[in-house]
Design a binder for this molecule. Structure first.
Ligand SMILES: NC(=O)c1ccc[n+]([C@@H]2O[C@H](COP(=O)([O-])OP(=O)(O)OC[C@H]3O[C@@H](n4cnc5c(N)ncnc54)[C@H](O)[C@@H]3O)[C@@H](O)[C@H]2O)c1
Ligand SMILES: CCCCC/C=C\C=C\[C@H](O)C/C=C\C/C=C\CCCC(=O)O
Length: 268
């Protein structure tokens, strides 16, 4: 699909990976709404980006765990840009093994809530134009990591959800595609503040910390490049695109054992 002139919503777009995706979309000519729970950071980001992109960027405070707030975003976007959304990026996420219910609520349940609202607004059966619904999963959606089993489970679930929706003919008939991006370590606060499980395997956590400290972290803009590919290429549906440095450091990458491999790898 052509991004220039399109309308996009990015949840969790105030900072980190989401901001990288927002900037990639703006750079391709999209008009973008940041839907984020953090009003102050959202407004600061909009202020910075508006210097280049003017009124093509705005924000709407939104807690993605609340249906009414999600639906309000779609309404405000239509009012502001005079057109329904063409691109929805379900990106907001946390890593908290202790408050695991919140981790599931944000990383999985909210992705489903946002998708229901997006399908309603974007589906051609409902007067929408069709488009692309993207998810920020993680490399931990396709490989295990003992330090964060709940986080890993939510990300595996997102990959499964995307594959199901993409293989459903009625969604294709509504003009909708579904893909997810699966980054390895990205340089954002999340990988510093992640609340990892301390009980499962300390050695694995130590190994992960060592790995994180030894690799060049991805930049949010690297993830943006992957998202643009997943949006622009109309043949991509139900894909889980791993973004890493070409080496996960493991020999047992589970995704390759899928019956129909859904994953492509791009080397940066
Ligand atoms: N950083 C990494 O290494 C990495 C790797 C792979 C995937 N991811 C995924 O990328 C996504 C973004 O993570 P990040 O690294 O940019 O983290 P981050 O903490 O820098 O940013 C997360 C953003 O989501 C927002 N957010 C949190 N809860 C929300 C809610 N309930 N409603 C609306 N917005 C909410 C925050 O305000 C923040 O702006 C997450 O889904 C994460 O799992 C991150
Ligand atoms: C020591 C810090 C680890 C923080 C991990 C917590 C959250 C991770 C979020 C991202 O979605 C994934 C980022 C990196 C993947 C982490 C470990 C897997 C290691 C796989 C490998 O060997 O490359």
């Amino acid at each position: 699909m052509k991004i220039d002139g399109s309308v996009a919503i990015v949840t969790g777009g105030a900072q980190g990976v989401g901001r990288g995706i927002v900037e990639a979309l703006l750079g391709k000519g999209a008009k973008v709404c940041i839907a984020d729970i953090n009003k102050a950071t959202s407004e600061l980001t909009v202020k910075e980006l508006a210097e280049t992109y003017g009124d093509k960027i705005f924000c709407k405070e939104c807690d993605v765990t609340k249906d009414a707030e999600i639906r309000a975003v779609f309404g405000v976007v239509q009012d502001k840009f005079g057109s329904r959304a063409d691109i929805m990026v379900n990106n907001a996420g946390i890593c908290d093994e202790f408050d695991f219910a919140r981790c599931v609520a944000i990383n999985l349940e909210a992705q489903i809530r946002c998708t229901h609202a997006a399908v309603e607004s974007m589906g051609v059966n409902n007067g929408g134009k069709g488009g692309v619904i993207l998810f920020t999963a993680s490399i931990l959606g396709v490989i295990p990591f003992q330090g964060a089993p709940v986080y890993c489970a939510t990300k595996h679930a997102v990959v499964g959800y995307v594959r199901c929706l993409a293989s459903c003919p009625s969604y294709s008939q509504c003009g909708l595609r579904f893909n997810c991006i699966c980054p390895s370590y990205v340089d954002t606060p999340l990988i510093s503040v992640a609340e990892l499980s301390k009980n499962i395997d300390a050695e694995c956590i130590d190994a992960a910390i060592e790995k994180r400290n030894s690799v060049d972290l991805l930049r949010p803009s690297d993830v943006g490049v992957g998202c643009i590919k997943l949006i622009e290429d109309d043949t991509l549906n139900g894909k889980a695109l791993v973004v890493n440095h070409g080496d996960t450091g493991r020999g047992d990458v589970a995704v390759y054992s899928f019956a129909e491999p859904p994953t492509d790898t791009i080397k940066l």
